[in-house]
Ligand binder design. Structure first.
Ligand SMILES: [Zn+2]
Length: 249
C-alpha cells in the first residue's frame, strides 16, 4: 500500500511539473482579427504598419458607427504605435460614417501628390459627407483642412480633474485627533471636520503641500467626529475624500 501511495504521489508530481513546463513553453496567443483585405482589424478599423515602422496607417473601415473615434495608439506586432496616415477612404463614407475624430498624430489623409493640391487641382480622396474633428493647430487639422469639412475638438477647455487624496488614519487622544493622509502632488491640502457625517458646520483647516498629518485640537469630549480631505492645485480643488470617523473619547 505504502509503495502504491508513493507511486501515485510521484505520478502526480510529474504531471504537475509537466503541465507547468507546457504552460511555460506554449504562451497563449493573442487573437488578432483580420479584415477581408488582410489588414489587422481593431474595432472595425483596419490598420497596417507604416513603411517606417514607427506608426500605423489606417487602411479601411468595416464598422457601422456614425461617429468613429480613431484611437491615439494601436497595438501592432507587439508595439504600441500612433496612427500617422489614412491610406484612403476605404469603407468610411461607404459604411455611413458621418464624423471621424482624429488624433493629433494623423498627418495625411491619403494625398499622394502634394503638388496636385497646390495647383488647385484636388484629388477626389473621398470621405464624402464626413466631418472631421481635430485639435486646433494640430497636424491632423493640416491634413484635413484643404479637402474636408472639419470642426475643432474643444476638450482642451474641459477642466482637468485635480487628483485628490485619502485619509490613511485617524487617532483620537482625549480632545486631540491626529489625521494622516496620503501624499499627492498638489499645492495644498484642505481638511474639514464636523460632528455630522454630512459635514454640516464643518471646520476647515489648510495644510501645506509637504504636510501629511494634522493634529486637531479642542474636540468635544465624548463626541464622535467626521473628517474629510481634498487637495488644491492652482485655483482648482479635487473632490472630497471619503469621510473617515474620529472615534469618541
Ligand atoms: Zn479591410
Amino acid at each position: 500500500m505504502k509503495k502504491r501511495t508513493k507511486f501515485y504521489a510521484l505520478l502526480f508530481a510529474m504531471v504537475l511539473s509537466l503541465t507547468q513546463i507546457i504552460g511555460v513553453a506554449v504562451p497563449v496567443k493573442a487573437a488578432t482579427k483580420e479584415c477581408s483585405h488582410g489588414y489587422t482589424l481593431v474595432n472595425g478599423i483596419g490598420i497596417r504598419m507604416h513603411e517606417c515602422g514607427d506608426s500605423v496607417c489606417i487602411t479601411c473601415y468595416h464598422g457601422h458607427d456614425k461617429r468613429v473615434v480613431i484611437p491615439k495608439t494601436f497595438k501592432l506586432n507587439g508595439k504600441t504605435l500612433p496612427p500617422s496616415q489614412f491610406d484612403s477612404d476605404n469603407g468610411f463614407s461607404e459604411n455611413g460614417v458621418k464624423e471621424i475624430v482624429l488624433p493629433d498624430t494623423v498627418e495625411s489623409m491619403g494625398y499622394w501628390d502634394e503638388e496636385d493640391v497646390k495647383d488647385g487641382y484636388v484629388n477626389d480622396i473621398g470621405y464624402h459627407g464626413i466631418t472631421f474633428y481635430v485639435h486646433k493647430g494640430s497636424k491632423a487639422e493640416e491634413a484635413v483642412k484643404r479637402n474636408n469639412p472639419y470642426k475643432y475638438l474643444n476638450d482642451n477647455s474641459k477642466p482637468q480633474p485635480v487628483k485628490g487624496t485619502s485619509i490613511k488614519r485617524t487617532v483620537r487622544i482625549q480632545k486631540l485627533a491626529k489625521i494622516t493622509w496620503k501624499k499627492v502632488k498638489c499645492d495644498k491640502y484642505e481638511i474639514r471636520y464636523s460632528q455630522k457625517k454630512n459635514m454640516k458646520n464643518a471646520k476647515k483647516v489648510n495644510c501645506g503641500k509637504n504636510k501629511t498629518s494634522l493634529v486637531i485640537k479642542k474636540l468635544k469630549k465624548n463626541r464622535k467626529y467626521y473628517v474629510q480631505i481634498r487637495t488644491k492645485s492652482g485655483k482648482k480643488y479635487s473632490a472630497w475624500s471619503k469621510v473617515k470617523t474620529i472615534p469618541k473619547r
